[in-house]
Design a protein around this ligand. Structure first.
Ligand code: CTP
Ligand code: ZN
Length: 150
């Protein structure tokens, strides 16, 4: 029998297969709780078919592509499920593009992307899972990607 930890939602987005322990970082990317009135459910360390995972359910809201790419930086195996009238009407896996622009701050303080009149940050994606990126300008590879997410 399927174990139900949190009730299904009627409309909104379920971010599933989040790297265990990363649900709060996903919330941060979605600017929750600061700028949301949505009902949000969070599950951490649930047993999925392929091991432990986190799940975030946001009611009555869809994600924009920038948010999805930021989630791909923290949770490369995440799937985005769009729910309408209780049904999953769309499901897709997050996938980083080959370059990420304006999503993450370079950790090198002298990088041109951190100058007083900054150029937008730009990184080459050198690995999607685990996510690894390298600054287009100064070639720095951040140690912890999740720290610089804008
Ligand atoms: N879900 C939900 N509310 C709904 C429908 C689905 O919260 N009305 C959640 C499910 O609990 C699950 C996710 O959305 O966490 C995806 O649903 P579904 O595709 O039905 O589950 P699985 O087949 O297990 O998904 P996958 O194959 O991607 O693991
Ligand atoms: Zn840089």
């Amino acid at each position: 029998m399927k174990e139900l930890k949190v009730t299904p939602i009627k409309n909104g987005t379920v971010i599933d297969h989040i790297t265990p322990g990363h649900a709060l970082k996903v919330l941060h990317v979605l600017k929750i709780p600061e700028s949301t009135v949505s009902v949000v459910s969070i599950l951490m360390n649930v047993n999925g078919k392929k091991g432990k995972k986190d799940i975030v359910k946001v009611e009555n809201r869809e994600l924009d592509p920038k948010e999805v790419n930021k989630i791909a930086l923290l949770a490369p195996k995440a799937t985005i499920n769009i729910i309408r009238d209780y049904e999953v009407v769309k499901k897709y896996s997050v996938q980083l593009p080959t370059e990420v622009i304006g999503l993450i701050k370079c950790s090198n303080p002298t990088c041109i992307s951190n100058a007083r009149e900054p150029v937008e940050s730009r990184f080459h994606v050198i690995s999607r899972d685990p996510p690894r990126i390298r600054c287009y300008y100064c070639e720095r590879e951040p140690d912890d990607i999740t720290v610089g997410i804008i």
